[in-house]
Ligand binder design. Structure first.
Ligand SMILES: [Zn+2]
Length: 470
């Protein structure tokens, strides 16, 4: 089987076909075709969320099956099988020759399935996993096409082990500018310090994250910030654990909003019922744990709240962009309480993708946070685009990330510098130490001052009282 099975001009007029391909979608198919013509047997195509991946996949499957080729379409979650089968049927794919299957199922029954000429892998960033490799290895003569929005692995490795060529298409920015995705506003209101979390197999340790985020104060503040920034909007809240999801939902309910919590343990019929009520607007806020990354279709969802710190760019993109399905006049809102944007940048940042691993893909996060409204925006802007609050010059710290010093904080330190000791009033040890540092006093000043003003001295410094002679 060669490149001829992929369409050059994608549309043979057929009544079955209901969605016309957009120009960039046709171009992507043509570029895949060109790559195969040069001899590549495995190609991964990168298309951002909202790019209309399934329509492209359907067109490729339709064209291949129409020429008598057998197509195997691999998905990694059961819910997607039904959805994709529907799309394929609507797009006129001959389903006698095309099988849409769970990767685990195919892997288990590998000896029984007929050899495909074409294997299409959805969510191809999983392609290097053993279950996928087993299938690819079993059918070495099949042409392999992968699709993903984020062609990297959780350990930051590339997909070069599986694919020979990588083809990109239009960017997320372009999709927004051309009204295929809604524009968005991003707010970072950090409620938890993730710096102490340990990483295992490329992701934060789940038990540590659960422990960090299981905090009533965090849920309370989440509700307050939502009321400040996105009150009344249809919202999905991504939580770090089942428990956290339930408690966050309780907090929203107590504040008078109609809220539900869903997770992997929710029975299927209840899940469907809640989703239906969320779609029709009866439920306003949907809290969840590990659901609704890819494949959730609620076009009028306008806001997502991120309460799950993640090292996974894929997960971050899927979650943060869930509110960006296009609707006229809609502006999506993303409220990030865990600083994910400082690790991954903004959802529509330009990213350079390659098949290689980590070292070559290192990017610098170029964003700043507004000290007035907590919006996050590009470092190139001198004012907050939402509230027009002026930004201060960024400072570069040792890490590759650029960290913005809070303007309010800077002013406060400036004031402190100009304060005479005789005018200063301190209530805590920390305040005394801060003043000492800003003024350049010796550390002994802190001990003397605290002792004279009845401010408790931390026990690790109490030996200094003796040295100073207090
Ligand atoms: Zn602002």
């Amino acid at each position: 089987m060669g490149s001829d099975m992929l369409p050059g001009v994608p549309h043979v007029a057929k009544e079955m076909i209901i969605i016309e391909l957009r120009e960039y979608q046709t171009e992507l198919i043509n570029n895949i075709r060109k790559s195969i013509r040069t001899g590549n047997k495995s190609v991964v195509a990168v298309l951002g969320c909202g790019g209309g991946k399934s329509v492209i996949q359907a067109e490729i499957a339709r064209s291949a099956a129409a020429k008598g080729n057998r197509v195997l379409f691999l998905v990694h979650r059961r819910e997607l099988c039904e959805q994709i089968t529907n799309t394929f049927e609507n797009q006129g794919v001959d389903m006698l020759l095309c099988s849409v299957s769970m990767v685990q199922t195919v892997s288990r029954r590998i000896e029984k399935i007929p050899a495909p000429s074409l294997i299409i892998t959805d969510e191809a960033h999983h392609s290097t996993a053993n279950t996928y490799r087993k299938i690819y290895d079993k059918f070495p003569n099949a042409l392999k096409l992968g699709f993903t929005a984020t062609p990297i692995r959780l350990n930051k490795g590339g997909l070069g082990e599986v694919y020979q060529d990588l083809i990109t298409s239009v960017s997320t920015k372009w999709l927004i500018d051309n009204h295929y995705l809604a524009p968005y506003k991003y707010y970072s209101v950090k409620l938890a310090d993730t710096s102490g979390l340990h990483i295992r197999s490329g992701e934060y340790k789940a038990d540590e994250v659960a422990c960090l985020m299981q905090n009533k104060e965090i849920y309370g503040e989440t509700v307050k910030q939502w009321e400040r920034i996105a009150k009344g909007r249809k919202t999905i809240v991504y939580c770090a654990s089942v428990e956290a999801s339930k408690m966050t939902a309780d907090e929203f309910s107590n504040a008078g909003y109609i809220t539900c919590s869903l997770d992997g343990t929710t029975p299927e019929n209840e899940r469907r019922d809640v989703m239906e009520r969320f779609r029709n607007g009866e439920i306003q806020i949907l809290c969840n744990c590990d659901l609704f990354g890819e494949g959730l279709d609620v076009p009028d969802c306008e806001c997502v709240v991120l309460l799950r710190p993640t090292q996974s760019l894929t997960l971050y993109i899927q979650q943060s962009m869930r509110s960006m399905r296009y609707m006229p006049d809609k502006t999506a809102i993303i409220i990030d309480h865990v600083g994910n944007c400082y690790l991954h940048g903004l959802p529509d940042d330009d990213r350079k993708w390659t098949l290689e691993s980590k070292q070559k893909q290192e990017t610098t996060v170029k964003i700043r946070e507004c000290s007035n409204c907590y919006a996050v925006y590009a470092l190139t802007l001198s004012k907050c685009p939402y509230c027009k609050y002026e930004a201060v010059k960024e400072v570069r710290r040792s890490s590759k990330k650029t960290i913005e010093i809070d303007l309010v904080e800077l002013r406060r330190q400036e004031d402190l510098k100009n304060t005479k000791l005789s005018d200063a009033v301190f209530n805590t040890w920390e305040e005394v130490v801060e003043f000492q540092k800003i003024k350049g006093y010796k550390f002994a000043f802190c001990i003397r001052y605290a002792a004279a003003h009845d401010i408790p001295i931390p026990s690790k410094y109490s030996y200094m009282r003796r040295i100073i002679g207090l």
